[in-house]
Write a protein that binds this ligand. Structure first.
Ligand SMILES: [Zn+2]
Length: 221
């Protein structure tokens, strides 16, 4: 298990710190993956249970030629390898959760339909949060626009989690600036990047106190 030790230890982490730190980490691992492999869009995901991150992932579908391997899916797979993963919560004698599934997935981009469906099958899931919408990505020519947003679709299908697009202008600005240096061929889905400006954004992200405290590299990221 790795903790989000942002403000003096796990016990001192409040919800805002966790959200910001986790989302910085989401952006950092997604961008690092794109710079390293040059094949996937710069999307990361983390899976948390309370204030503890138990999984994280980046997309590997293109380089592994395996379709469902988006960041969300790999974060969920990573969580299952965590020693405290259980399909249902386990409590100690004081009622504190000591093991269980992730309750929250945080993702850089609005999850696609496949990932929305897959997330709905995950035990314990209560909330999905993201930074950039599908419209943001479509405006940059990176994905096809959909007629229905995740909010409408999740409500229509009665999925068991709430969805939130974080209103964090700084993170949103960083996300949009990353997309300025990424292109994807709409027919072949081949990604091309401008590495130098992306490396500069990554080193800026890593300079932020909230992202430097986070976790060692780990499976799928
Ligand atoms: Zn997806």
């Amino acid at each position: 298990m790795f903790s989000l030790n942002v403000a003096g230890g796990e016990a001192g982490v409040d919800t805002i710190d966790l959200e910001t730190a986790a989302m910085h980490h989401v952006m950092e691992i997604g961008l690092a993956n794109t710079i390293k492999h040059k094949t996937e869009l710069p999307c990361g995901a983390v899976a948390t249970r309370g204030a503890v991150m138990i999984g994280k992932g980046v997309p590997t579908d293109f380089r592994l030629m395996q379709d469902p391997l988006h960041a969300e899916f790999n974060a969920g797979a990573s969580a299952r390898l965590d020693p405290t993963y259980r399909p249902v919560n386990v409590y100690d004698s004081e009622g504190k959760v000591v093991a269980g599934p992730p309750d929250t997935f945080r993702v850089g981009f609005e999850p696609c339909d496949n990932c929305q469906d897959w997330l709905a099958t995950q035990p314990g899931i209560k909330r999905v949060a993201f930074i950039l919408s599908r419209v943001d990505l479509a405006n940059k020519g990176l994905v096809k626009p959909h007629p229905e947003t995740i909010f409408e679709r999740v409500e229509r299908l009665g999925f068991p989690y709430t969805v939130e697009q974080l209103q964090d202008e700084e993170l949103r600005g960083i996300g949009l600036s990353i997309l300025d240096h990424v292109q994807r061929n709409p027919k072949t889905e081949v990604v091309t990047i401008k590495a130098d400006p992306l490396k500069a954004i990554l080193s800026n992200l890593r300079r932020k106190p909230v992202s430097t405290v986070l976790l060692p590299a780990r499976r799928f990221a």
